[in-house]
Write a protein that binds this ligand. Sequence first.
Ligand SMILES: Nc1ncnc2c1ncn2[C@@H]1O[C@H](COP(=O)(O)OP(=O)(O)OP(=O)(O)O)[C@@H](O)[C@H]1O
Ligand SMILES: [Mg+2]
Length: 447
Amino acid sequence: MTTTIDQKFATETIHLLLIEDEEDDAIIAHSLLSNIRGVDFKIDWVSSYEEAHASIVQSHHHVCLLDYCLGARTGLELLHNALQYGCKTPIIMMTGTTDRHIDFQAIQLGAADYLIKGQIDAPLLERVIRHARERKKAQVEREALHAKLLETSRQLGMADIAINILHNVGNVLTSINVSAGLICQSLRQSHVQEISLVATMLQTHHDQLGEFFTNDPKGKLIPQYLEELGKDLSSRVQQTVTEAESLVSKVNHVIQIINAQQNIAKPGGMQEPVRLADLVEQALMISRRELEEHHIEIVQEYTDLPQVVVDKHQVLQILVNLICNAKQAMMAQEREHHRLTLRIESCPEQEGFLQIQVTDSGVGIPSEHLTRIFAQGFTTKTKGNGIGLHSSAIAAKNCGGSLHAESDGNGSGATFTLKLPNTVAQQPGSMCVDSQHQSTDFSTPQQ
Ligand SMILES: Nc1ncnc2c1ncn2[C@@H]1O[C@H](COP(=O)(O)OP(=O)(O)OP(=O)(O)O)[C@@H](O)[C@H]1O
Ligand SMILES: [Mg+2]
């Protein structure tokens, strides 16, 4: 049964669902509501559990007054089901039972309030309805804000991934460009076309080749010319093959950077046994030409260590960033002689860990920056983005290790230490996917 009562001379209209199986109690509730000033209550009264359920789950009402006794079933059951169905209407329990346990349960289940029949007057009811509606409104706003925050952080996460890919691919692209340029230059400068000139010359003199080689001034030069041409071509082929191989490995690294970012949601990527010295060499290769052009001495202090199982591309990405930063720091510092030292050793202060240190003789890091350089966006360079160290610190953590910086300040160079768990490869050449590192210290860098 549904009844609608309109109150006259009201300023606000509240659509109320009254769930009450006793007609007398429903009349008392109507009467209380009609005594509330300034509000026009449109009341839908339902008396059975089934009708109540069908009505409440639609969340059409501003507020609901719910009795505890509903025939064979209870108001608590309805409250529970309504909230399970996502009911947005604030539900106030209004019952004849004074059992504190039911009161407690109702509030725990999500009732907006608990009123006892016979102890309510119009002002109290008005206040309870108003507060219940305000709290519900605040809750709905909070949920909407939370959903918006989730969406924003998802979008920011996607932007982060894109920025990371661009930054790390950018580091390698310059080097790819140099390799490709060198291959083109070497092929352009090769004297390969001259072979056909010699062939034409030999064709012209094919019936008197002996005479041509012995007495003709041009013919006499041909054997020595061919010998030199052969040497030049074979050294160019050798150089081109080396450069092309390095190009293939850099392109492969770019592909891995993109793949690694696609797997960003999954902790731990492809773990494989590697020699850390090989990784350092590979990372060095990306900046080597520029380092040589600036006459920077490269010192390699590699302790001979067995292979370790790591996510090769994450470690490579960190090393490329550290070496790039070191190179830039040295290029920015006027000095007669610069030195880049790359050191691989067992970690002296942390058992079960290995460390790779990158030390440069560059501009150094003032102490007030040491705590900030790993924060996303922190840069002191005009063309910097402040992404390299941030993404490297995350990658180090993903590998079960850590990244730290030390410097005595302006002009005294810097040392970056990458610590990695010494997960020794079981069988050289074997491969295990998604294995988890165990380590005692998962420390993050200072932020
Ligand atoms: N080897 C170093 N020597 C001195 N300062 C360094 C060194 N490495 C990093 N820094 C400082 O840390 C800052 C952050 O480095 P990070 O690699 O995160 O960003 P960036 O190099 O400025 O820009 P990008 O995002 O392009 O790498 C640098 O701007 C610089 O001030
Ligand atoms: Mg950088």
